[in-house]
Ligand binder design. Sequence first.
Ligand SMILES: Cc1cc2nc3c(=O)[nH]c(=O)nc-3n(C[C@H](O)[C@H](O)[C@H](O)COP(=O)(O)O)c2cc1C
Length: 462
Amino acid sequence: MQVETGPAPSRKLGGYQFYREVLGSPKYIVAPMVDQSELAWRRLSRRYGAQVIYSPMINAKIFVDSTNKTYRKANFDLMSGEEGDPTTDRPLIVQFCANDAEQLLESAKVIENHCDAIDLNLGCPQDIAKRGRYGSFLQDDWDLIYKLINTLHVNLSIPVTAKFRVFPTVEKTVEYAKMLERAGAQVLTCHGRLREQRGQNTGLADWDKIRAVKEAVSVPVFANGNILYQSDIDACLKATGADAVMSAEGQLYNPALFAGIEHPIDSPSYDSDEQILIRHPRHADLALEYLEIVKNLKTTTSVSGIKGHLFKIMRPGLVKEQDLREKLGKVKISPKNMKECIQAYVDVCNEMKKRMELAENQAAGTSLKDLITVEPITGIKMMPHWLAQPYFRPSAEQKKAYALAHAQSTISSDTTSEDAPLTSKRHLDEMPEGAEQTKRPRIEPETLNTLTIPSASSAMVV
Ligand SMILES: Cc1cc2nc3c(=O)[nH]c(=O)nc-3n(C[C@H](O)[C@H](O)[C@H](O)COP(=O)(O)O)c2cc1C
């Protein structure tokens, strides 16, 4: 794909022209993720099919202070020259949260020559966003949102885009999206969940609302929510008519979510070992590859971010190898001892690799397809535990239904009790849009009360 290099483009493209000529008509997008869509992750993700990636959210109110070098370096390291590099880190959209147009513009100006667009976060539902009055908590102040977007639209040399959550009604959601477009947003990312859909209430994203938005606006629309397996991608594009899908959590657990995607899902070889391994590589290999990228960058990667990635990528193995999980958890996070930290991570991953190879060898002779099982509570198919794959937390309803069906008062399952140690408090805090939640693509709420596996569930097709 041809990406303009050097200084800001002299011709500012908008809408579909921007989507085609600058972004390269992408369909597979990696979401903005605090502490997780950092440079090292972006490099790994591009190797596995991601076409456009968003930076983690940067707070314009803090970034605008040029004396705060620590925050600037940690969030977009201009000195290293690697972030936004035209050959290795593009297309890149850098996301800000803000509630002050001047702060936003000044911050965006610092970055505008190093990315392809600036995105405004209108979706973060976390308490920290409520306190700071940004993200989804601007949703009711349309004048302010208009001003924020329009200021960037008029004054930046690159386009402005916006990522937002839906409202309870289709009508209001559509009206809102049209306002964002009028303000100057050149791409809209619609996350099909309400502001209230977080924590225990996350539930499913509403693809119908995304479709309504897509039909109402003229700029490209990225659909976000419920993407876990490759089969969900096609289903989402068909159901919403969106130009692209964006994944956050699904892609974190399996960074190869978009790999080999050109292989037809209805071809007989779709479930061959070779194709499954392209879509679900061995997770210890992915973890080691990621660490290799981290090691070779001049740009510093946050050590807590690295740990978060390793816990997610290797989750299926860590569930079984408790001692490795503990070992990984105990690695001292110290930015001053970066080298030792990374070596400790590498040691855990190498040990994991050894054990996973052993498990794989024991299963030799059986095709991967025949090793796929069904997770008893959610009914979702699970790959063998040495392969990267999405992770689902069962909803309260699903757990209840399972317990009832098995006449148990408590459920002991590797998908429930292990959450707390696996995901540090810090990482839960940093999953602004309900990342820690149950996801089950396109399964209607009423089916959550049963153990029936709907044949239409795209998650059943790996
Ligand atoms: C670890 C993590 C960090 C996130 N940080 C951001 C962020 O910085 N900005 C943002 O707009 N959304 C953020 N989100 C929300 C995602 O971009 C996305 O909208 C949400 O997770 C729904 O997509 P999914 O169903 O594919 O996970 C984050 C999500 C996760 C899992």
